[in-house]
Design a protein around this ligand. Structure first.
Ligand code: PHE
Length: 339
């Protein structure tokens, strides 16, 4: 077989190759394991030494030439393919780039940050506890009796764990956890997510956020509670905000109160936002029950203080005049982008 003739043929085929696939086939046909040129090398063993040397050199030169040709043809073909793709699609490279959308903090998180700021100015630290709680921290340590309705399957998400556990129904267990680990004086707030098994409507969700507060020292009284709460609401809603305390009941505080603020919309006259009452309920509070202090090993004769719990969602709804709590959890950007 004439090497020159093979070379010419291969060269020709490379030049007229239409695509990368053609090129691959050509490489196989001439230079592959059973390719024509490879086969010539195999036939060397039947030749004399001089002939071997000469033919070997010729074959190597031809191989290098062909490989060079193939590489440059590959580049030409790749360019052609790119051009074809560009012509086929209607991508307009001169169009302005799409803006990357930048997110921001959720309104409840924004409110939480603001509240933390206000309370840290009043000397409070932030404490946290787990969302999956034990029965002890959520109920027993807080003096909530065994037959209390909150312990019912219908009010609480119980977990299928070995130890009886649940999704916390309030942030009050953080009071207990914190008092166990720290000696008074104590001044904390504990914002966090809580869970209740209930039907949802415009003011109820199965999970929402609370803000717990706790202040323990030797001679803290209800008037300290009133002062702190008032300072907070005035910082949060504005200087004229009025508050009032109404008698109430919680197993873990004694005495217990309900905290109201004067309706921000009607200034106490009565409107639809406050159900004509003139006042809005913002949360519960009271003096920490002696039994709770005992359950964390504090002597109620030495230590006393107040606790409060408010709905963060409620505060956010009031601040931004949102009338449906479910909007916060809908993930609807048309709503969220307004904050
Ligand atoms: N934990 C109570 C609730 O969820 C609120 C509260 C907290 C009341 C602290 C008194 C003191 O309703």
């Amino acid at each position: 077989m004439d090497l020159k003739e093979i070379g010419k043929r291969a060269e020709n085929e490379i030049r007229t190759a239409q695509n990368q696939n053609d090129l691959k086939k050509i490489v196989q046909k001439y230079l592959g394991k059973t390719g024509e040129i490879t086969q010539i090398l195999h036939s060397l063993k039947n030749l004399s030494n001089d002939e071997k040397k000469q033919l070997g050199q010729d074959v190597n030169i031809l191989k290098t030439e062909l490989m060079n040709l193939i590489s440059s043809k590959e580049i030409i073909l790749a360019k052609k393919e790119l051009e074809e793709i560009e012509n086929k699609t209607d991508i307009d490279l001169t169009m302005p780039a799409r803006q990357a959308s930048v997110g921001h903090l959720h309104p409840i998180t924004q409110v939480e940050d603001r509240i933390i700021e206000i309370f840290s100015n009043l000397g409070f630290e932030v404490a946290q506890g787990p969302e999956a709680e034990t029965e002890w921290y959520n109920f027993d340590a807080l003096n909530i009796p065994k037959d209390h309705p909150a312990r019912d399957l219908w009010d609480t998400f119980w977990l299928k764990t070995e130890k009886k556990m649940l999704l916390r129904t309030h942030t009050s267990p953080v009071q207990v956890r914190y008092m166990e680990k720290h000696v008074p004086p104590i001044k904390i707030i504990a914002p966090g997510r809580i869970f209740r098994y209930e039907a949802t409507d415009s003011s109820h969700e199965i999970n929402f956020y609370q803000l717990e507060g706790l202040m323990i020292d030797r001679d803290i009284t209800l008037s300290d509670l009133k002062g702190i709460i008032e300072k907070f609401f005035q910082a949060f809603f504005g200087g004229e905000t009025e508050i009032r305390l109404r008698p109430s009941f919680f197993p873990f505080t004694e005495p217990s109160v309900e905290v109201d603020i004067k309706c921000l919309l009607c200034k106490g006259k009565g409107c639809s936002a406050c159900s004509q009452r003139g006042w809005l309920e913002m949360g519960g509070a009271g003096m920490v029950h002696p039994e709770v202090l005992k359950s964390v090993g504090l002597n109620p004769k030495q230590w006393q203080g107040f606790a409060f719990g408010m709905g963060l969602d409620r505060l956010t709804m009031m601040k931004y005049k949102v009338d449906n709590i479910r909007l916060f959890y809908s993930g609807d950007l048309r709503f969220l982008e307004q904050f």
